[in-house]
Design a protein around this ligand. Structure first.
Ligand SMILES: Nc1nc2c(ncn2[C@@H]2O[C@H](COP(=O)(O)OP(=O)(O)OP(=O)(O)O)[C@@H](O)[C@H]2O)c(=O)[nH]1
Ligand SMILES: [Mg+2]
Length: 745
């Protein structure tokens, strides 16, 4: 890890030195040169980007498999709450930092209200008496209404956290936590921070469902080295949570992660939940970034042989879903306890002592952990070095080469008398006109290509979301139409809470199932599709850029020749223009992010609840009218039938709103993401090409004029240019050496 930090610092220094050189160049001639200022801003961008670059590592796995314990071992202390097991699962990001700090990012009130709105479809509609305003938890009256609506819901709906009731559990948590969270949130503050001595207190917040439900994200900064600067580890709780929103949050992180560590407990081996989650990862198309850690519990195994068998069993199961998996086996808790032995309680110390006697298993696990650490270090440095090389160093090489040429050029010009300078300038300006034409051609070709690629992207996206095909949308429609509600489950609630509330409960169950389908089936396919389109886009732009790089270099040759005896330094073979590895930077530059995975589940706001409710009301009135002559049994039976047709109505209404919503979602992916990405990537490519043109691009006429008017202190400028020439050569040497170092690693 140290090697990387050193390389990074070297690169940053070279970039700063180059910027300084450019600044000096500007001062010498007192001219504003467009090329110079573009180079300078390139250096600035490189410096900024290097310091922002983050390598992301996701830690996932079933509940209680030891994820948090594992992450703690990476930082050598009990920072993340172990054994949390909260209902509200959030992704906790951990980085190293200068001090111990937990930053809790809260959802905005708009987000909170939107979630409540979505979870209370069919619950609040008839409470609102049509005054039109949407729910706002900050209004006391609204909280009272929601409380009232929740009060008479069947008790089991609120107590259990089974798949049917995550919506109502969430509503209850929001109501319960409001007063306490409100205290934390001063107006306009979106974060709550726990620093230094107060750091451990963040766990009370995170560990309490009623408060944690208000959280969007948690970032822990820890003042031990961990995996080094710029590496972020995310503890992803809730991969097997019944709440599809949790899965969506994890998907958002996985999509950006460079490596995913999947933790399996040796106690349980691979379970159904693991298989489901792994299938989802496979559908996302990122299975090749996953490695497995079998977290072995020494107490659960009689001997190394027994542990071995357990591992082999898990590996055999894994092979079915992930044939080329890489597995490491060690005990996270044992390691963590060893790391913090001095701070252990007597009980834990006894346990550690006891475990240490299992020497065979301990030796095996220790060796495995060393193997894992080596793997991780290699993986991280390989990934980051290639980014350093491709994203920054090759670009800097172009700039430094360009400034070298600029110096040589001006040096030569200064040495001439007025006539000679003018003659050179004339020759050069002929060439320059030719280069300008080429610049225009490059721009036009690029524009044409981008328009084509955008058309292709549009139609690919339309095809992917085509409801008539056999793609994701058809799948959703099929799912909705074929979903069977287990009517018997609502028999009891019809009697206890009545028709309307029962309808709400049915809808909860149904929505939960549809959302799970969105999270497990639709989202992974969308993510995979988008990633593929991104790759196609970058490949395509790369294909265009390739020949242009060579063409520009070729076109520059006669330009240099125009100066025949000019002191142009020996040109190194320049690297091909490449923006393929820049995708993340381009996204960041344009402020682009794919719509959150949870977006696919926001269809419920489109549901016209009135239609369903009015329909229910009509049925009920009919039942009541007729009930005068009927037995209670008969009434119950008819209510049951009403519920059944209510469900039919809900399904139809849901299908309609999903189609409507996903159309919107599709257009967002198209216009707010993919097409903007294409434009930004093309702009970035164009900039790279211009940087290359600038090798010789300076406009000489003003300088020539100054020479002929004798308005230039030739002696002084000459000396300055010579000094700069030396500095530039030494910079280029440094870049060359650093490039070799990086390629070697
Ligand atoms: N005996 C034993 N216990 C372990 C081991 N690893 C973790 N634990 C304990 O198992 C419990 C769960 O571990 P966590 O690290 O919190 O698991 P997790 O995957 O983060 O759990 P959730 O976040 O709730 O999904 C904690 O009490 C740990 O101390 C192990 O190797 N052996
Ligand atoms: Mg945990």
């Amino acid at each position: 890890m140290l090697a990387y930090e050193k390389l990074k610092q070297q690169l940053a220094r070279i970039s700063d030195d180059t910027a300084r050189l450019i600044e000096d160049a500007g001062k010498i001639t007192e001219l504003t040169d467009e090329g110079l200022s573009r180079w300078k801003s390139t250096c600035q961008t490189i410096s900024d980007q290097i310091s922002e670059e983050t390598m992301r590592l996701a830690v996932v796995g079933a509940i209680k498999s030891g994820k948090s314990t594992f992450v703690n071992t990476l930082f050598g202390g009990d920072y993340l709450k172990r054994g949390a097991g909260v209902v509200t699962s959030i992704v906790t990001r951990v980085r190293n930092g200068s001090r111990l700090r937990a930053t809790l990012y809260l959802k905005s009130w708009a987000e909170v209200n939107r979630e409540i709105d979505q979870a209370s479809v069919l619950l609040l509609a008839h409470h609102r008496s049509g005054d039109g305003h949407s729910f706002d938890i900050r209004r006391e009256a609204d909280r009272r209404i929601l409380n009232g609506a929740m009060d008479d819901l069947a008790a089991d709906q609120l107590i259990s956290n089974d798949t049917r009731s995550t919506g109502s559990v969430m509503l209850a948590s929001y109501l319960k936590g409001y007063d306490r969270v409100q205290q934390f949130v001063e107006v306009g503050h979106a974060t709550v921070v726990f620093e230094n001595d107060r750091f451990p207190l963040h766990r009370d917040f995170v560990g309490d469902d009623a408060m944690a439900v208000y959280l969007k994200d948690v970032l822990l900064e820890i003042n031990t080295p961990g995996l080094g600067e710029g590496v972020e580890i995310a503890d992803c709780q809730g991969s097997d949570s019944p709440n599809p929103l949790h899965l969506a949050m994890i998907q958002d992180y996985l999509m950006m992660a460079h490596l995913t560590v999947y933790v399996i407990s040796s106690r349980t081996g691979l379970r159904q939940a693991d298989i489901r989650f792994l299938s989802m990862i496979r559908k996302m198309g990122i299975l090749d970034t996953v490695v497995f850690v079998v977290n072995c519990d020494f107490s659960e195994h009689e001997s190394l042989h027994d542990l071995d068998e357990g591992i082999r069993k898990a590996e055999a199961d894994l092979a079915l879903i992930c044939p080329d998996h890489q597995t490491f086996t060690f005990s996270a808790l044992f390691l963590l306890m060893s790391q913090m032995e001095a701070d252990l309680s007597q009980r834990d110390r006894d346990r550690l002592f006891h475990w240490r006697r299992e020497t065979a298993m301990v030796d095996f696990a220790n060796t495995e952990r060393i193997r894992f650490d080596q793997f991780l270090e290699r993986k991280i440095s390989r990934e980051r070095n290639s980014l350093l090389l491709k994203n920054h160093l090759e670009r800097l090489e172009i700039v430094a080469g360009g400034i070298g040429n600029w110096i040589g050029f001006n040096r030569d010009l200064i040495d001439r008398d007025a006539g000679g300078a003018r003659e050179l300038a004339d020759r050069v300006s002929d060439q320059q006109r030719r280069l300008d034409r080429l610049k225009l051609t490059v721009k036009n070709t690029l524009d044409g290509a981008v328009n084509q690629v955008k058309r292709d992207l549009k139609s690919a996206i339309d095809r992917f979301f085509d409801v008539h095909g056999d793609g994701v949308l058809a799948g959703v429609v099929h799912f909705v139409r074929n979903y069977q509600v287990e009517m018997q489950r609502y028999d009891q609630s019809l009697m206890s809470v009545g028709f309307a509330k029962s309808l709400y409960m049915v809808f909860q169950e149904f929505k939960q199932a549809v959302d799970a389908h969105m999270a497990e089936t639709v989202n992974p396919q969308v993510i995979r599709f988008v990633r593929l389109q991104e790759k196609n886009l970058m490949d395509y732009l790369g294909e265009i850029a390739g020949p242009f790089g060579a063409m520009i270099d070729e076109a520059l040759a006669p330009y240099a020749n125009a100066m025949d005896d000019a002191k142009i330094p020996q040109q190194r073979a320049s690297s091909p223009i490449n923006i393929g590895s820049d995708l993340e930077t381009i996204r960041k530059m344009a402020g682009l992010a794919l719509p959150k995975a949870a977006a696919t589940m926001r269809y419920s706001t489109q549901i016209k609840t009135e239609a369903v409710m009015r329909f229910g009301f009509y049925k009920i009135v009919n039942i009541v009218k007729k009930a005068i002559k009927k037995s209670a049994d008969k009434v119950h039976q008819e209510q049951f039938l009403a519920l059944a047709s209510g469900i039919k109505r809900i399904k139809r209404e849901t299908e309609r709103s999903i189609l409507f919503h996903l159309k919107d979602y599709k257009e967002n992916i198209k216009f707010q993401y993919m097409l903007k990405l294409a434009d930004t990537a093309a702009a970035s490519l164009h900039l790279r090409m211009l940087e290359r043109f600038q090798h010789h691009g300076a406009d000489l006429s003003t300088l020539v004029q100054m020479i002929s008017e004798q308005g230039l202190d030739k002696e002084k400028v000459s000396t300055a240019l010579d000094l700069m020439g030396d500095a530039s050569r030494s910079l280029q040497d440094k870049i060359g050496r650093l490039k070799e170092d990086l390629q070697l690693i």
